[in-house]
Design a protein around this ligand. Structure first.
Ligand code: C2E
Ligand code: MG
Ligand code: MG
Ligand code: MG
Length: 278
């Protein structure tokens, strides 16, 4: 569709653009009050040891059930929260709530919290972590911060020094969605990540008879091992994928096959049950 379509194109195109902008404004308006309105909650998805299948951690995943808009996916509202900087107060709430829930679990189970570049680059971010840990009583070694490769793009120096501060507190840092971003191996050399999370596109590609996906997972696992980092395969949905991932040597598995993101109450009873059964 170009020039020769004439003005008619504009008439159908402009209103839809306008509607998008309207929707965004309306979402932003609701997002501003989502926490005080009690519309935010956290789900927790188990991450299991690939060999024993025991739960080693939960990843906290934010859920927004808006009175105005219904359930909104994080893939939609997180980017909006980042653009508007609402991610700063929202992220603070997530950290506090995730740490608070984790104090109820057995001591060997960690909690992983996603942190956006906008949050990480805030001057007081390490202090926000210290406060969340102090107020909830969670020991630092039970908190893992998840960042994606994109945090190194905007201000790599600040991102790096902030992550060093977080490591110095005793927390661990995981590299999320590995392989989907603007991968540069430089930061793997410079920062002690505890875990590399292999993006689910590789995991799901691997069984669809994609030798490329397999080769990439194998290479990431080998690299992680020699760097003394562990690997988590994301998005494992079937027994077949779980077997394959185990055979490739990934340390940990996360995905619908071992558990969907669940409420704090469900997560709590899952680990308590496991404990009794063991
Ligand atoms: P992520 O950190 O990579 O989280 C994993 C996503 O994969 C989650 O989507 C999870 O529900 C989904 N997932 C897990 N297992 C499977 C599986 O077996 N199959 C499939 N198809 N999907 C699976 P979710 O909850 O929609 O979150 C999407 C993204 O939103 C997250 O990706 C993360 O980047 C962001 N996000 C979520 N919560 C927060 C938060 O509290 N703060 C920030 N900054 N970002 C968040
Ligand atoms: Mg994550
Ligand atoms: Mg991920
Ligand atoms: Mg992601």
């Amino acid at each position: 569709r170009s020039k020769d379509d004439g003005g008619g194109v504009h008439h159908t195109y402009v209103p839809s653009l306008h509607a998008d902008a309207e929707e965004r404004r309306s979402l932003e308006f609701s997002l501003r009050n989502a926490i005080t309105e009690g519309e935010m909650s956290l789900n927790f998805q188990p991450v299991v040891n690939a060999k024993t299948e025991g739960v080693v951690s939960f990843e906290a995943l934010l859920r927004w059930n808006s009175k105005e808009h219904g359930f909104v996916s994080p893939t939609k509202f997180i980017p909006l929260a980042e653009d508007t900087r609402l991610i700063i107060p929202i992220g603070k709430w997530v950290l506090h709530e995730a740490c608070r829930q984790a104090t109820r679990w057995p001591e060997d189970i960690k909690v992983a919290v996603n942190v956006s570049g906008e949050q990480l680059l805030e001057p007081n971010f390490p202090a926000t972590i210290v406060t969340a840990l102090a107020e909830t009583g969670l020991p630092a070694h039970r908190l893992e911060v998840e960042v994606t490769e994109s945090v190194f793009l905007r201000d790599g120096k600040t991102a790096h020094s902030t992550l060093e501060e977080i490591l110095a507190l005793g927390c661990s840092v995981a590299l999320d969605d590995f392989g989907t971003g603007y991968s540069s191996l430089g930061y793997l050399r410079n920062l002690r990540f505890s875990t590399i999370k292999v993006d689910r596109s590789f995991v799901q590609g691997a069984v669809e008879d994609s030798p490329e996906s397999l080769a990439i997972i194998r290479a990431v696992v080998a690299m992680a091992q020699s760097l003394d980092m562990s690997t988590t395969a994301e998005g494992v949905e079937t027994a077949e994928q779980a077997d394959l991932i185990r055979n490739l040597g990934c340390t940990k598995i996360q995905g619908y096959y071992f558990g969907r993101p669940m409420s704090a109450t469900e997560a709590h009873s899952l680990v308590v049950k496991r404990r009794v059964a063991a």
